[in-house]
Design a protein around this ligand. Structure first.
Ligand code: KIV
Ligand code: ZN
Length: 512
């Protein structure tokens, strides 16, 4: 039987570290449910000790998700590890992932610790974690830029203390595939007890080689766990992308000879959910999940595909969830059909009230748009944050006027802590006027660092999905809004970003 490759998804932890991608507990739970349907082996749900919000997210996911191993990150100290253990109490299969930097640069400049101190702390942390759970992962942060002899010494010691997985991060995306593969191979050959742990790869994408490096770690190095994120989400240039690594191993089974548990037909749905939740739009030419990934524009290609699809297609679009823009619901669809579709998409509503409010918005959308696709439903559910009672700012209505040669005007009605506010402004365009009308009342002082519009299902009849990224006092947040009217979608996105800015930001950075 072929060896198994463990897929460790860290969208909710490492992915979330990218500026503006922070998610609420409910958003994380929704994505975790999708990851469970995708059948990933391990879900890194967060970094429990970093904030109350993250603790709750790990705890909620540990209580709700039963098929996957649930993991929490923890720095190599007793407090972080205890918090991780506590948050994971309800999990069927809990894992604590503890880490400490081991490269000369990180030890000296960031930790201000000697190698011997780091060695002792790593050992003691793994021992402490093993008293709480049976499954402990250890990562030497910046492992790829660490001294080989020191790494061998520390990794041998943590395996002796009971680490069950050893993960070797290329934290700064510096590796080259062949060299990274050899690096893992060397470690496994030189460490006497290396066969007592599963070896894992964790590659960042700064030079665009995260997937290639991870695959080399598997093929040359013999790693049997890959750490990755949906859409390659992550700090800077991101992480190794789950959909690419999984489809490479599956499509080239002849070369890798490995089994995975992943149910690939859910890939597209989870990719869309992550993009709509975080506001990180997937580029059209992105492998596997980009809008053009299976589109054949040139006549020659189309002709070839029509005669025999494998002339130009190495994967089947339906194997990763593409369903040719299937109409799923319409104006006449009832509440049960809507509820069923949400379940199929892995979206669970916390209460009947929440379901009723989502259904009301679905009906409203169906009145304005004849065909409702899965993407519309996911966007509508993501929009819940703008409409929900527990958010400070909520959208009510908007009117705007623009005419060639005249300065556009907008008037917006929205709520601040439940109180209805009316505000009007002019602007360079109707979007600008609407956002100025809101800002003139809210006075957040935030700087807008990104504004983007995307058509959810392709045509001008589709809903516009707007992402607004705001920056204020060192914090960066993304707000997402969708509506067939892009001016309304923009106002919703702006209010959603203001809600996120508003929420407490007491999080400790993992690698800080
Ligand atoms: O990139 C990195 O080094 C990490 C560790 C915390 C595993 O994310
Ligand atoms: Zn990382």
């Amino acid at each position: 039987m072929a060896d198994k490759l463990i897929i460790f998804d860290t969208t909710l932890r490492d992915g979330e570290q990218s500026p503006g991608a922070s998610m609420t507990r409910d958003e994380k739970l929704r994505i975790a449910r999708q990851l469970e349907r995708l059948r990933v082996d391990v879900i890194e749900a967060g970094f429990a000790a970093s904030s109350n919000g993250d603790f709750e997210a790990v705890q909620t996911i540990a209580n709700a998700i039963k098929d996957a191993t649930i993991c929490s990150l923890a720095r190599a100290n007793d407090r972080d590890i205890s918090q991780a253990g506590l948050a994971l109490k309800g999990a069927n299969s809990p894992r604590i992932h503890t880490f400490i930097a081991t490269s000369p640069l990180h030890m000296e400049k960031k930790l201000r610790m000697t190698p011997d101190q780091v060695f002792e702390q790593a050992k003691q942390s793994v021992r402490f974690a093993r008293n709480l759970v049976a499954d402990v992962e250890f990562s030497p942060e910046d492992g790829y830029r660490s001294d080989m002899d020191f790494l061998c010494r520390i990794l041998e010691a943590v395996i002796t203390e009971g680490a069950t997985t050893i993960n070797v991060p290329d934290t700064v995306g510096y590796a080259i595939p062949e060299l990274y593969g050899e690096f893992i191979k060397n470690l496994r050959e030189r460490i006497p007890n290396s066969d007592k742990a599963i070896w894992s790869v964790h590659c960042h994408n700064d030079l665009g080689m995260a997937v290639a490096n991870s695959l080399a770690g598997v093929k040359i190095g013999g790693a049997r766990q890959v750490e990755c994120t949906i859409n390659g989400l992550g700090e800077r240039a991101g992480n190794c992308s789950l959909e690419e690594v999984v489809m490479a191993v599956k499509t080239r089974r002849d070369y890798f000879g490995l089994e995975m548990g992943i149910d690939t037909k859910h890939i597209l749905a989870v990719s869309r959910m992550v993009s709509q939740t975080t506001g990180f739009v997937v580029q059209p030419n992105k492998a596997v999940v980009g809008a053009n990934a299976f589109a054949h524009a040139s006549g020659i290609h189309q002709d070839g595909v029509l005669k025999a699809r494998d002339t130009y297609e190495i994967m089947r679009a339906e194997d990763v969830g593409w369903t040719a823009n299937k109409i799923v619901l319409g104006k006449l669809s009832g509440r049960n059909a809507f509820k069923q579709r949400l379940q199929d998409l892995g979206v669970s509503m916390e209460s009947e009230t929440e379901l009723n409010s989502a259904f009301a918005r679905f009906k409203e959308l169906a009145d304005r748009k004849s065909d409702i696709f899965d993407e519309d439903i996911l966007a509508l559910v993501s929009d819940e944050s703008v409409a929900s009672d527990h958010e400070k700012f909520g959208f009510v209505s908007l009117s705007q006027h623009s005419e060639t040669g005249e300065r556009p005007q907008a008037s917006v009605v929205f709520t601040i802590a439940g109180k209805e506010i009316r505000s009007a402004s002019d602007g360079n365009g109707p979007v600008d006027a609407s956002l100025k009308a809101i800002e003139s009342q809210v006075k957040s002082g935030a700087e807008m660092v990104l504004y983007s519009v995307n058509a959810i299902s392709g045509s001008t009849e589709s809903q516009g999905e707007v992402t607004v990224r705001l920056q204020n006092s060192g914090r960066v947040v993304n707000g997402v809004g969708s509506d067939p009217d892009i001016v309304v979608a923009s106002a919703k996105a702006y209010l959603s970003a203001l809600n996120k800015l508003q929420s407490k930001a007491d999080r400790v950075a993992a690698q800080g």
